[in-house]
Design a protein around this ligand. Structure first.
Ligand SMILES: [Fe+2]
Length: 479
């Protein structure tokens, strides 16, 4: 009885958001950008990405065609300052302007601001370059799902801003443009896509004014910010989404930019592998047979469902993991990896009574067992140690030490959305998926992963709520 009751609850949680969307909650913060008086020269930004020990890429969108450069200094008063190259913004790129600077000092805090047509703008932001040494203790933060569907309050962002994070990973559903402005099918045009990025960077929203103003960011789109709910590689306009990401976000070098946004970067003795789980994904619907049961055909892939030119993402991930000499390897996935969800997928009661529950699960890695096995085998066959999975998407937070998730996994995805409490609900239904706990309060949360070197070497996986309290934690020792 309890089980069936719980399964009903789960139905609500896994259901496609469009079915349970409450227009009163819609896009409270998803407004077009309006420049404040003191920043009337800037429409979006500035902020910084693609940071390494010696380089960084700044981005800003001036209000109009302008000459753009950035001023940098090690102190906030900009004494002893220096400048990046100056470029003229490009109207074909909607004036979004990215400028890379090299030859910075490692492990150094820099203040920066945009200079537009010789006018020094007033938004002074800061970041710290990555260290040159390997054994450097640090933390990064991550999360997903914000500024749109189910958004409540932005109370978490000042907490993230005060944390001592070396950077933040936004791993998807950074606004829900398919639900609001510009609406379904928005990636049919670059004009609409550009609006989605302006909305994302809305400076009246504290993620931008408080978090991105003081740390570097890396970003991966998930379904809603790629093309729409549960979107996959069959999307007709996916090349527009790729183009927009490249024009409007300061990403790391993409290894096959015509086909996807997969990329990697390194911080100290940790290497990060950022996956694109949308552009190369086989259609989720292919996984279901005529009877509505889960039966994915051979080759059904979340990493490489299409024949493409150049290195495909599956090969890239294999080569990248095999060739990495970093002590820790963090795989960044926009959707949950934990293969234990397969149990629920194979549950015929769920398949027959709640097809929408099933639809939610086939969108996770669990819908792609061939790729799960592939990744497991790479790790096992090559004796690769210290792999951590970081994931988002489900509007809640959880940790598993690898007992269920195979790879130790921390998932956190309720930055400002309502907590779906999926961990609690799946437990009620009899599926014990996250053995280090789930976050089941009515709050918001982000993930923090810290690395410690010395006599004891370990990674700390934590989920932090909007009061700054650690609500879940797991210590993963160096193997
Ligand atoms: Fe989401």
């Amino acid at each position: 009885m309890i089980r069936i009751f719980a399964v009903c609850f789960i139905l609500l949680s896994f259901t496609s958001p469009s079915n349970s969307f409450n227009s009163n909650e819609e896009s409270k913060f998803n407004q077009n950008v309006i420049a404040t008086a003191e920043d009337e020269l800037i429409q979006s930004g500035p902020f910084v990405g693609a940071v390494s020990d010696v380089s960084a890429t700044f981005i800003v969108k001036p209000m109009k065609l302008s000459k753009v450069k950035f001023q940098l200094s090690e102190d906030s008063s900009f004494s002893n300052s220096f400048y990046t190259d100056e470029v003229v913004s490009d109207e074909n790129k909607f004036n979004f302007t990215k400028i890379q600077i090299n030859e910075l000092k490692p492990g150094t805090k820099y203040f920066y601001r945009a200079v537009l047509d010789e006018n020094t703008t007033e938004r002074v932001h800061s970041f710290k370059t990555f260290p040159s040494e390997k054994n450097y203790n640090f933390s990064f933060g991550f999360g997903s799902c914000q500024q749109g569907y189910g958004a409540t309050t932005p109370d978490l962002f000042p907490v993230i801003a005060k944390d001592s994070l070396s950077f933040f990973l936004q791993i998807g559903d950074w606004t829900y443009p398919d639900f609001g402005n510009p609406g379904k099918g928005y990636n049919e045009s670059l004009d609409k896509l550009e609006l989605t990025y302006r909305n994302r960077y809305d400076y009246s929203y504290p993620f931008n004014s408080e978090v991105l103003s003081r740390m570097p960011i890396a970003y991966l789109y998930d379904d809603h910010d790629f093309a729409g709910n549960d979107a996959d590689g069959t999307n007709a306009f996916k090349s527009n989404s790729l183009k927009a990401y490249d024009m409007f976000f300061p990403h790391y070098k993409m290894d096959n930019p015509d086909n996807g946004i997969w990329q990697k970067f390194r911080f100290g003795d940790v290497e990060f592998f950022l996956l694109d789980l949308r552009t190369q994904r086989s259609a989720n619907s292919n996984a279901m047979n005529a009877q509505g049961l889960f039966e994915p055909p051979s080759g059904h892939s979340i990493l490489n469902g299409f024949t493409i030119d150049g290195e495909n993402q599956k090969k890239w991930l294999e080569n990248s993991l095999k060739n990495s000499d970093a002590k820790w390897k963090v795989i960044v996935s926009t959707v949950i990896f934990n293969p234990r969800y397969l149990d629920a997928l194979k549950d015929e009661r769920i398949a027959q009574m709640f097809p929408k529950v099933q639809k939610g699960i086939v969108d996770k890695w669990a819908g792609f067992p061939e790729d799960i096995e592939f990744l497991q085998n790479i790790i096992k066959d090559n004796n690769i140690k210290n792999v951590i999975m970081v994931s988002g998407d489900s509007h809640s937070s959880y940790i598993d030490d690898g007992t269920n998730s195979v790879i130790p996994e921390i998932s956190s995805s309720n930055l400002d959305t309502k907590n779906s409490k999926l961990g609690f609900l799946t437990q009620l239904a009899g599926y014990d998926i996250w053995n280090q706990g789930s976050y089941n309060e009515d709050g918001h949360a982000y993930g923090r992963v810290s690395f410690y070197y010395g006599s004891e070497e370990y990674a700390m996986l934590e989920v932090i709520d909007q009061t700054g309290a650690v609500v879940l934690s797991y210590r993963l020792n160096d193997q």
